[in-house]
Design a protein around this ligand. Structure first.
Ligand code: GLV
Ligand code: GLV
Length: 326
């Protein structure tokens, strides 16, 4: 029997590559090489397994042209770049990397909150530019975190990791989720459920977006919804760029209808709306939520293990990080 072939579309932590090489023929692509849909569709023909990045558009066209694929494992928790329905109809398994990146991503969410509220980037830049002329009573006044109310949209694993941190800062926690958490978990996180997103938006001081991007959550934070928020509110997005109408957010920041924003993800990555780049009170990061050495290693192994399990013919039920549609 031929040795199955696996494509890893970009260089990742070596442990995952070595793991897959013990059983399979592994090809590692170059950064950006597999980001084009037509290229992906036309050049996957010899592969049985695909370890994809979130920048690879694994669309219906790509999958239909490559029904020989048995598994696609995304090196990310979010998998909006994969047409899971098309994969299912072709019998191609899809996996992601949940859990292992929740703590790292929540750290970045809190970093953004601190950065925006306490004006860390702006004041640090001034200091480096020689503008620090000593402590003064009215310099860089920011927004106090203690006692405020945070709204978390998407109280999954990352949302909960954010909530745990917020609790430590003395911030009240409200959340919206498709399904309400049980009361024991709500108590554990001291989190109050809001059925209605609009009410949550009206009341919160800090909004955290940590839900998956789906057709239903696309532009969840629309112009109308931004209009419901307090002008003193701060938006933090570590989910996906398109959860927010980025241009409308930029306009709201410029006009003072929203006080600040911390973003790790953007609608048209790596392009960023110029109006957002020039907006006041923003901290913008280049999608580094899961970017720690430890987490990226775990993500690589988790994706690799799913590929191995599928290609070895293990029962799909035994693969914990398989994506299922409910
Ligand atoms: C990163 O954005 C991920 O979905 O893992
Ligand atoms: C500030 O540095 C203070 O001591 O209050």
């Amino acid at each position: 029997m031929l040795t199955p072939r696996v494509l890893i579309t970009e260089p990742i932590d070596q442990a995952a590559v070595d793991y897959l090489r013990t059983k399979f023929e592994v090809v590692v692509g170059q950064r950006g090489q597999w980001d084009d849909e037509s290229y992906l569709a036309s050049n996957l023909g010899s592969f049985d397994g695909l370890l994809s990045m979130l920048s690879n558009p694994v669309t219906e066209k790509v999958l239909r042209q490559n029904p020989q694929l048995k598994v696609v494992a995304n090196y990310a928790v979010g998998y909006n770049n994969i047409d899971v329905k098309a994969a299912q109809s072709l019998g191609i398994a899809v996996a992601n990397t949940p859990d292992v990146l929740s703590e790292a991503t929540a750290d970045i969410a809190l970093g953004l909150l601190l950065g925006v509220c306490r004006r860390l980037c702006e004041s640090e830049k001034d200091l480096r530019n020689g503008l620090f002329d000593g402590w003064h009573p009215q310099g860089y006044l920011g927004i106090e975190l203690y006692g405020k109310k945070a709204g978390i949209i998407g109280m999954g694993r990352i949302g909960k990791a954010i909530a745990r941190r917020l609790y430590g800062f003395g911030i009240k926690i409200a959340y919206h989720n498709r399904n309400r958490l049980n009361s024991e978990i709500e108590q554990q996180y001291q989190a109050e459920w809001y059925d209605d997103t609009d009410t949550l938006l009206r009341e919160c001081d800090f909004l955290f977006l940590s839900c998956p991007l789906t057709p239903e959550t696309h532009h969840l934070l629309s112009r109308e919804r931004l209009g419901l928020m307090k002008p003193s509110a701060v938006v933090i997005n570590t989910g996906r760029g398109s959860l927010v109408d980025e241009h409308e957010l930029a306009k709201a920041l410029h006009s003072g209808h929203i006080a600040g924003a911390g973003m790790d993800v953007f609608e048209f990555e790596p392009k960023i709306d110029p109006l957002l780049l020039s907006a006041p009170n923003t901290m913008l990061l280049p999608h580094i939520g899961s970017g720690t050495t430890e987490t990226r290693r775990k993500m690589g192994l988790m994706a690799a293990q799913a590929i191995q399990a599928v290609l070895d013919g293990n029962p799909l039920e035994s693969i914990p990080n398989l994506v299922s549609i409910n």
